[in-house]
Design a protein around this ligand. Structure first.
Ligand code: NAP
Length: 292
């Protein structure tokens, strides 16, 4: 079995026996999805192999066609294919329609169905890590205009939090997204990412979620000034590698409850798994498979 397969392998049917699920990305060799899903498939006795497929931008439609003809059940889609994948779908879930990006594809009855499990995955992660439901809370999402940020913000708006503060470096991205948010009981506030704007509202929120990519590299700045972080906050960082970002370390030092994005990764994967198989995977096992 190879670490990564390509479109040529799909064309030549040079795949493992029972390759039925995959993660598509470019690059994709870093993805931990195969370990996590394979453990869950094996535990449930499902005879399927989950592989990495490195597909160049522009080739997603051909890849989907080949996967359908080879009897694949579905796939996860990661950077940079979430938009291209959506454009190849025959049917879209409500969340994909709202977000404009798909992270889960299900090949069903000859049709390509697109879904997005990042938002529901985050909600389950917050329940698991902090035992909290977001209804009625005031929440700040940093990087709300990015792919993950949009999925998280759209879901939080659905879940009925009281006030949703959406921050992004490029504010125009928020304005576009906010136009598509359905009207709910949540009051949505749009802001940039300046220290002044973040300091003005930090005292109003209970939960801070980082959905920016700031913190992935060791020399990245914090996505929010450290003086905004207090013991009243719950801080969740969607980043899971490194496991302790500077944001989480600073927030923890100032007494906040913190958790990283590993739980979101597992839960978004578990929801995809259920879409494909109709079965609930063992998330404890998935976590163990990723961590070892
Ligand atoms: P993306 O679409 O490229 O969005 C990146 C976001 O970060 C944007 O809001 C961008 O702001 C902001 N940003 C980047 N550099 C910045 C800087 N120097 N200053 C201020 N803001 C900056 O990426 P993504 O797919 O949403 O991923 C974002 C993060 O979430 C990544 O770390 C990824 O690993 C993580 N993630 C985790 C999970 C999980 O399951 N745990 C799932 C998905 C993503 P602009 O819009 O202004 O460029």
């Amino acid at each position: 079995m190879k670490h990564v397969y390509t479109i040529d392998d799909l064309r030549e049917k040079a795949l493992p026996v029972n390759a039925k699920l995959a993660v598509l990305g470019y690059p994709v060799s870093h993805s931990a999805s195969p370990q996590m899903h394979q453990a869950a498939l094996d535990a449930l006795g499902i005879d399927a192999c989950y592989i990495r497929l490195e597909i160049e931008p522009g080739n997603v439609s051909e890849a989907f066609g080949l996967m359908q003809s080879l009897g694949f059940i579905g796939c996860n889609v990661t950077i940079p294919h979430k938009l291209e994948a959506m454009e190849c779908c025959d049917e879209l879930s409500a969340s994909v329609k709202a977000l404009g990006v798909a992270n889960t594809i299900h090949f069903k009855d000859g049709r390509i169905m697109g879904d997005n499990t990042d938002g529901p995955g985050l909600i389950k992660a917050l329940e698991e890590d902090f035992g909290l439901t977001v209804k009625g809370s005031n929440i700040l999402v940093l990087g709300a205009g990015g792919g993950a940020g949009k999925a998280i913000s759209t879901q939080l708006n659905r879940e009925g939090c009281a006030n949703l503060y959406l921050s992004n470096r490029t504010v125009s991205k928020l304005e576009k997204m906010a136009e598509n948010l359905p009207l709910t009981e949540t009051r949505v506030h749009l802001l940039g990412n300046s220290s002044t704007e973040l300091e003005a509202i930090a005292g109003e929120v209970q939960i801070i979620i980082n959905a920016t990519s700031m913190g992935m590299k060791p020399d990245d700045c914090l996505p929010i000034p450290v003086r905004c972080l207090t013991a009243q906050h719950i801080v969740y960082d969607a980043i899971y590698n490194p496991p302790l970002t500077s944001l989480l370390e600073s927030a923890r030092d100032r007494g906040a409850a913190v958790a990283n994005g590993l739980s979101m990764l597992i839960h978004q994967g578990a929801i995809s798994f259920e879409i494909w198989t109709g079965k609930q995977p063992d998330t404890g096992l998935m976590k163990k498979a990723i961590s070892t």
